[in-house]
Design a protein around this ligand. Sequence first.
Ligand code: NDP
Length: 280
Amino acid sequence: MKKLTDGFQLSNGISLPCVGYGTWQTPDGETASESVRRAIEAGYRHIDCAAVYANEASVGRGIQSSGIPRNELFVTSKVWNTERGYDKTMKALEKTLSDLQLDYLDLYLIHWPANSRQFSDWDSINLDTWRAMTDLYKAGRVKAIGVSNFQPKHLKSLLETDVKPMVNQIRFHPGMMQREIVSFCKENGLIVEAWSPLGQGKVLSDPVLQEIADRYGKSTAQVCVKWCLQHEICPLPKSVTPDRIKANAEVFDFILTGEDMTKIDRMDRGEIVDSDNIDF
Ligand code: NDP
């Protein structure tokens, strides 16, 4: 990857711009619109949204005000947990499109799997939601479909359907690599996206990262973003701070050595996000 518009190729041939701009916890209103406009101005072409972030209408205004043609942008959203199942998913997409003021999405994800802690029929709920995703994809309302926070056990049945998930968006940052899920996705042709690639800001003061960042003359945030890219994982850094928005994407003028990649990999504590055991 040499620039923000370079992409990971999804299994249906579509290009996923290699660094996405995150919008979770971005305050609704002016902050969301202005941050998204600034991100696009800084060169991001991939915006990661979700209905549950409760800011899609403002994000949509930011997209409109950027003046960038729709076909040069890649916009993702996610169906929330209360909207699982065929009919509700179909309606959820229409609401998201109307909020974002768009007539199609580039990528639509199931935000979290229905899980065995909450539902005895979790697998059929996920399949029902997936059937809606598949129909939306076939109708051209969304250009690609995938999941988020799915473990291999949740992905298994979906991989047996006629349109397989193209993306799995999971938590991935120095200290949390979820290696088994990443390997499973790569073996099955899914592109992995990294949520919280900066560890929600908490890993940025880590001394191992700081030492590496200093040697390259970069920030620890830039090292985190680059480390994801060199793992062939698409990072989605979020910031509402103008200079961070810009700097987080300035990652194409250095390459981490194999030795530095290994040093960062060693920060992994082996923990996972146990999406099979959540109660929301
Ligand atoms: P990130 O890892 O992107 O970290 C964001 C935090 O780091 C914010 O507090 C931000 O502050 C701060 N920050 C950003 N850049 C810098 C910098 N250069 N120096 C210091 N601090 C910095 O966390 P997120 O959890 O937001 O994850 C990114 C995106 O992933 C989300 O926005 C969302 O789109 C997606 N996501 C998806 C989930 C899912 O379940 N699918 C779950 C969670 C996130 P500030 O904004 O004040 O600058």
